[in-house]
Design a protein around this ligand. Structure first.
Ligand code: MG
Length: 258
């Protein structure tokens, strides 16, 4: 009993000493002066647009898209029909939310089943496909960067069920003055599919081509977003975007000794 009490007293003493030492620690400060992060009100439920989002499709009309009038709109969603659609506005680096459902009635197989796509900067395709019990080449299945890399895991829901993509895109930077294509920094893509990370800051190798290797083609920083018509009646709803930019801090210049 006495030994236990002694041990407790020693413990209290050691903790007290550590606390006193903590109080003497000096706080590290980087010296960088940061602007205050802007206030954003998040959406009520997962997938709802936050307060600073630009809604590209709210289920009513596709007026923010070229060729949007070609797609069928009903019951709060749009159905792919006859043509790709392209945003009228252009975007640089962004967070993009897209919801889609591959056809409930299963027709075709492989690349011919529930095929569409989200083309970042109008040329880097995040594949949309019915990959529920539907084998195809892995770097062409749902969640792939088409012919560049498969998704890390397959989290496709069943045909007809609504699915989410949350995509974070950093556009590539090119040397504008160079005659040939000179990439200063490549593009990067992160994809969260139904709440699960399937692409983690993947370094794009260039345009996602069907018939030739990926290669960069110089383009302006801001480009439209394209949704693909692959002749399958894939549905889309609730599409919104937030352009993103890292805060820039400033480190005050150190005073030179006189
Ligand atoms: Mg496709």
């Amino acid at each position: 009993m006495t030994n236990t009490r002694t041990l407790l007293l020693v413990c209290v003493a050691v903790l007290g000493a550590l606390g006193a030492a903590g109080a003497l620690q000096k706080e590290y400060k980087s010296g960088i002066v940061w602007p205050e992060p802007v206030l954003v009100t998040p959406g009520k439920a997962y997938g709802d647009p936050p307060s600073d989002a630009t809604v590209l499709f709210d289920g009513k009309d596709l007026s923010k898209w070229n060729n949007g009038d070609k797609w069928e709109i009903k019951d709060g969603y749009a159905v792919v029909k006859g043509s790709d659609i392209l945003t009228k506005d252009s975007f640089g680096d962004y967070q993009l939310h897209v919801e889609f459902a591959t056809p409930e009635e299963v027709k075709g197989n492989g690349q011919g089943r529930g095929n569409s796509g989200v083309f970042l900067a109008n040329r880097y395709e995040v594949q949309v496909l019915d990959s529920h019990d539907n084998k195809t080449y892995f770097d062409g299945q749902c969640g792939s960067l088409y012919k560049q890399t498969p998704p890390m895991v397959n989290v496709c829901r069943k045909p007809g069920e609504w699915q989410t993509y949350d995509i974070i895109f950093t556009a590539p930077r090119f040397d504008e003055s160079a005659k040939e294509v000179k990439v200063l920094t490549p593009g990067y893509v992160t994809v969260i599919h139904n709440g699960v990370v399937v692409q983690n800051h993947f370094e794009l190798q260039g345009n996602t081509n069907y018939d030739k290797p990926a290669a960069y083609v110089k383009h302006p920083l801001k480009q439209p977003i394209r949704l693909q018509n692959h002749n399958n009646p894939v549905k889309f709803r609730n599409i919104w975007i937030r352009e993103i930019k890292a805060l820039e801090g400033k480190k005050p210049e150190e005073k030179k000794p006189e």
